[in-house]
Design a protein around this ligand. Sequence first.
Ligand code: HPA
Length: 260
Amino acid sequence: MDFKAALNGFQPETALVLGSGLGGVVDAVEVESRTAFSDIDGFPVSKVSGHSAEVIAGTLAGHKVVVFSGRVHYYEEGDPAAMRAPLAALKDAGVNRLILTNSAGSTNPDMGPGSIMQIKDHINFSGTNPLFGEPTDKRFVGLTTAYDKRLRKTFRRHAKALNIDLHRGVYMWFSGPSFETPAEIKMARKMGADAVGMSTVPEVILARFFDMEVAAFSIITNYAAGMTGAELSHTETKDVAPQGGEKIARLLNAALKDGL
Ligand code: HPA
C-alpha cells in the first residue's frame, strides 16, 4: 500500500523517528493505524536488532503524530538516502515537522551514560550525503539553521519545568557500523563534537531538503571509545538507551501536550 493508505485519512501534524529506548513513547500512542515498513511502497526495511521498523499513526498527549519506530541506517546497505522515501512520503502527506532521536556515545566527560542531549548542530564526517544524485538545484540545501531554533527553545523550556537535565551539543555522524577508535574520538573532541553516532544526520539533511522543521535528541548510552578503556557494544547501547529514553518520553509528552 502507499503511505497515505497506511494513514487511512488520518492527518498527523508531527512525525517522530524513534531510535532504541523509546518503546515507552510508542506504547503511549492512542493508535489509529499501525503498519510495518515492509508493507508500505518504497519504504526500506531495517534488520538491526532492537529496531523494529513500523509506522504508527495516532494521538500522543493530544497531538496527532506519526511515529517511525525504527529507521534504516546508512551502514546497513551503504545507501545514505535510505530514508528518503519515508521522508518524501511524510512531506507529501502534509507533515511538516520532524523530531528525531538516536543513541550516541559521549565525547564530553561531563555527559555520562543515561544523559540526554539536544542536538544544536552536526558534523557530517561520513564523507557521504543523502542528496548525492539529486539533479535539481534544490540539492544545495542550507544547513545554517537546520535544528529549528523555536523548537529548541520550546524543548529547553519544558526540560527546565520538568527538572530534566537537557544537555546541548554537536552530533558528529560516523558511518558505522564499527564503532570509532580512540584516535577518532580524540579528533572528534578537537573538532567540536559532543556526541558521536551512526544516524540522524542524513534524515536531517533530507528533512531540510523537504523544508520540514527539525528537532533532534541523542540518548547517551556510553562514553565514546577510549574515554574509559571499556570496549563498546551494541548490547550496551540497547541496555542503557531506556534510561535516557524515559527522559525524552517525558519531555516529548510535555511539549506535545502544549502544542509544540
Ligand atoms: N559511537 C557511535 N554510535 C553509537 C555509540 C558510539 O559510541 N553509542 C551508541 N551509538
